[in-house]
Write a protein that binds this ligand. Sequence first.
Ligand code: IPE
Ligand code: IPE
Ligand code: MG
Length: 245
Amino acid sequence: MSGNAAENDGRNPPAGGRIPRHLAIILDGNGRWARRRGLPRLMGHRAGLRKLEEMVHLVKREGIRYFSVYAFSTENWNRPKMEVEGLMSLFRYYIRRKVEAIRAEGARIRFCGRKDKLPPDLLEQMRWAEERTKDETILDFILCINYGGRAEIMDAVNTLIQERREGPVTEEDLRRHFYLPDVPDPDLIVRTSGELRLSNFWLWESAYSEFYFTDIHWPDFDEAALKAALADYAGRERRYGGLKP
Ligand code: IPE
Ligand code: IPE
Ligand code: MG
């Protein structure tokens, strides 16, 4: 399907009227982008990671405060070893090369996900990138690597058990133990490349998120595609179970 973009026929208010505080994107379609061009899948991942620097700039310009991207799921370990190792190398390369440019945008880099299984030198680089950008306040750029919504919930539950907390556990108790408890729930979740599913992204946090799907493969996602998603969001009515305002 051509996504909600098709429904955005210009009647919706332009983006900027109501901008999401937290925009989340499921970066999908790197493999299909590469296949179309007769390239190996890893070239698609490389193109996808390159795209992020431009997006950080555009997202910041839109006035968005939190920008999270789903780059590697807890299920992506099931891919062939060569692809997984290639992705880890690309993450290493990308972090090393792009931290200063992202910092120059006023963006704080944060990683979200399980720390197990990731190569120790990558983990070290992730810590360095977080430390290097920790004072930036214009945008939180959140890279979800080895992230799974179910893993996040289970990790929080197990921390509560270890704390031997008595009595009924509240939503706030659970949330306090999520990976980034200070980050507000995503207002808008975009998924590229035509798949209509969450694939274990922001499972708890997406309870009242708005969704936007587009057929565009992630490496082809551009300013016009971002603006179309934001314009669509600006026309949504969020009710949170209440009545029409
Ligand atoms: C998204 O692109 C990136 C990751 C999941 C790491 P894919 O690799 O899933 O691309 P497709 O879905 O095969 O086209
Ligand atoms: C979701 O994409 C995960 C990321 C984009 C990191 P997948 O390509 O892994 O999802 P499925 O397998 O199509 O659901
Ligand atoms: Mg995919």
